[in-house]
Design a protein around this ligand. Sequence first.
Ligand SMILES: Cc1cc2nc3c(=O)[nH]c(=O)nc-3n(C[C@H](O)[C@H](O)[C@H](O)COP(=O)(O)OP(=O)(O)OC[C@H]3O[C@@H](n4cnc5c(N)ncnc54)[C@H](O)[C@@H]3O)c2cc1C
Length: 379
Amino acid sequence: MIDFTFTEEQEIFRKKVAEFTEKKIKPKVREMEEKKVALPEVVEALKDEKLTGIFIPKEYNGLGLGYTERLIALEEIAKVSPGVAMMLQIFGLGIEPILKFGNDEQKQKYLPGLAVGEKLATVAVTEATGGSDPTGIKTTYKKEGDFYILNGRKIMLTNAPIANTFVVLAKDSENPKAFSTLIIEDTFEGFRRGKEWHEIGLHGCSVGEILLENCKVPASNLLGQEGKGMRVAMSAIGEVGRGGMVGVALGIMDTLLKITVNFSKKRILYGKPISNLQTIQNKIAEMRLDLEIGRLLGYRATSIQDKGQRSDLEFAMAKYFTTEAAQKAAKMAVDIQGGYGVTEEAVVTRFLRDSFVLGPSAGTSDIMKVIIARATIGK
Ligand SMILES: Cc1cc2nc3c(=O)[nH]c(=O)nc-3n(C[C@H](O)[C@H](O)[C@H](O)COP(=O)(O)OP(=O)(O)OC[C@H]3O[C@@H](n4cnc5c(N)ncnc54)[C@H](O)[C@@H]3O)c2cc1C
């Protein structure tokens, strides 16, 4: 039987995260909008609540919960601050390759610190020449004794300004078809942070670049097998990366729907609330329907993932649907507020900007369709 209702424990967890968000994140939203970057006190609050280690097993200091609980938490936080949810989602994306592909020594070394937020992670794949096509990256590695020497520049990295643990995809300097994934700490020789990037939305989450200039990485920091790193990075992005984007999108859609229902009940035109108008009702019905479908797709994917089964196709569908639906919901929510909807201070305007940043993150909608079509055709 298929049942997507939360268990009692999951419902308790959801309420706990909602209360935490109301108390610790909501009062910071205005400041995050102004400053645009991750606020240290918000990062501290996430650590104190142990949300940095949701799906890390208890033996490594984590909460030992599943990917479904991760989605629940991201959705709850994104209802208030999609930017903070994005920051947390990418901490998780940086953790996943170590959890899934790390050897015992690497797990012991990194996971306990990542679980409690002493270490903060991100994944560094994207470059000027490699986004949708990661084989286009130019960062190279070369083995020299007990070290790999890396050279290159990674851009558009969520958390780059605040993370200290980077899971980096690089190409063999002598074999452009071989890729490896390595764990790089910000204290390693030859590591440097580059400029910060400023997106139009998801404020409260910092984005930036890193530069690797003869960066000396211990050979013991290779994740998985040398030359097989594309699978390490893509498997994490395909499931945990896209799953995280679903959580951010669902939170945005939920809040937009609530705001829209409230507004349309209060806004009086022709002597009656506009919620009486059929065209407004049609938009509300579409927003509700999309949210329900998005949740079904998202939680179906995490339920498969929690069983330890491959779920990248399900996440591609959920990521495509929810991020497109969040943009659609944001446009409708802005439209329904008429002239009020396009003022800078309108909350719907903030969510509209946030919804547009979801598109490229963890792979564009075009790429999601390529994945879905290939799986359907059987390529
Ligand atoms: C907020 C944000 C956070 C991010 N965080 C990270 C991070 O933490 N780590 C990281 O490594 N990267 C990160 N990225 C980068 C992200 O993964 C890339 O933006 C994404 O993969 C797209 O690459 P691109 O921006 O280079 O666009 P391009 O790859 O240049 O795409 C340009 C256009 O071509 C289209 N296109 C490309 N290929 C095809 C195709 N086969 N068929 C049809 N259309 C196609 C695309 O859909 C797009 O419309 C982040 C991006 C954003 C916006």
